[in-house]
Design a protein around this ligand. Structure first.
Ligand code: GDD
Ligand code: MG
Length: 336
């Protein structure tokens, strides 16, 4: 069976980190998002098709240095075609029934079960469904007692919310879906296609466990929190002369001395944190946080520097950027 990974978004909501890498390669606990997506695929998948358009070279380079158990095929869109256009662009590549996943999601969904349900129901598509309190940032889905989708609405306004079950970004589709998607232009699967193919039978399968999108700073930190809560604890073995408030994940090559780290902090390879305070934040590789600085609810890019006594809260600091001595940055995208 083939599986498509939708990996072509520009990652605008994670800028400036996504100016220097595609969203699919932004790490979650030191593993690029796309590897979390591949981990979720069942054994029946023997070919993975990566549908991408933005920074495809970086993705190809990443996979050229790895040995994967499955065949990996890249299909590049010259211009981003949207989630529907990306699938239509795979006509001729996809054969029969296939799986499709958003790249920026971590979840406990069992895709084998999704395939089995899809076969049993016999529709044109089956969506995994997750329940959230605040569904406005997602596609909402209403199902009947047989699991058949009655309504689908992408990013509803507050007064349009008819369900708290959302599209979790994991699908099984029949090849016939491709014919329903217009060719040669950007198409949103969620806005243009789902609402009109419901009459052909689209089913939803709720699941439990964990789920998070990771495509905005808040969601990215939520996804990190979920993964940290699930880790076994071996990562905490490194000896660190700092106050550590678990859970944390500190790469063994990182140097962390003094100050406090945690809870919900991930520190990437070769980073250096000296007498600083970090909580609910992620430092990618080679980041530096100097004496007296505080980093809260933030994502700090590779090789970025947070200088002495600076305060960074709810920020994304780009790869290689720096925050000057004593400065305060709140809810900003810091580029240099
Ligand atoms: N190939 C390709 N081309 N992929 C794309 C394109 C494109 O033009 N645009 C977006 N994608 C990929 C993204 O990389 C991501 O993996 C996936 O499609 C979804 O795009 P997002 O931009 O992350 O969408 P979203 O998070 O706002 O909403 C989607 O995900 C929610 C769950 O996380 C929708 O599918 C919602 O219905 C859903 O609830
Ligand atoms: Mg997303």
């Amino acid at each position: 069976m083939q599986a498509v990974i939708l990996a072509g978004g520009l990652g605008t909501r994670l800028r400036p980190i996504t100016y220097s890498r595609p969203k699919a390669l932004v790490p979650l606990l030191n593993r690029p998002m796309i590897l979390h997506a591949l981990d979720a695929l069942p054994a029946v998948v023997d070919e993975v098709i990566i549908a991408a358009s933005y920074m495809v070279d970086a993705l190809e380079r990443f996979f050229s240095g790895r040995r994967e158990s499955r065949r990996i095929t890249f299909v590049e869109e010259e211009e981003p075609l949207g989630t529907g256009g990306a699938l239509r662009n795979l006509e001729g590549t996809l054969r029969g029934r296939f799986l499709a996943l958003n790249v920026d999601v971590i979840s406990s969904v069992e895709l084998e079960g999704l395939v089995a349900t899809h076969k049993a129901k016999g529709g044109i598509g089956t969506l995994a469904l997750w329940e959230v309190a605040q569904p406005e940032a997602y596609g909402i889905v209403d199902i009947d007692e047989d699991g058949r989708v009655q309504r689908f609405l992408e990013k509803p306004a507050a007064d349009e919310v008819f369900s708290h079950w959302i599209n979790a970004g994991a699908y099984v589709f029949e090849e016939a879906l491709l014919d329903r998607i217009p060719e040669g232009r950007p198409v949103s699967l969620e806005r243009e296609i789902f609402p009109v193919v419901l009459s052909e039978g689209v089913y939803g399968l709720p699941f439990q466990g964990y789920w998070s999108d990771a495509g905005t700073l808040g969601q990215y930190l939520d996804a990190t929190r979920i993964l940290l809560d699930r880790q076994t604890g071996s990562e905490e073995a490194a000896e660190i002369p700092s106050e550590v408030i678990p859970p944390v994940a500190i790469d063994p090559s990182a140097h962390v001395t003094g100050g406090s780290v945690g809870p919900y902090v991930a520190i990437g390879a070769d980073s250096r944190v000296t007498e600083a305070h970090l909580s609910r934040s992620v430092l990618l590789e080679r980041a530096v946080v100097e004496e007296g600085a505080a980093v809260v609810d933030s994502l700090i890019g590779a090789g970025a520097t947070i200088e002495r006594d600076a305060l960074v809260r709810e920020c994304i600091v780009g790869d290689g950027a720096s925050v000057g001595i004593g400065s305060q940055r709140v809810a900003e995208q810091v580029e240099s």
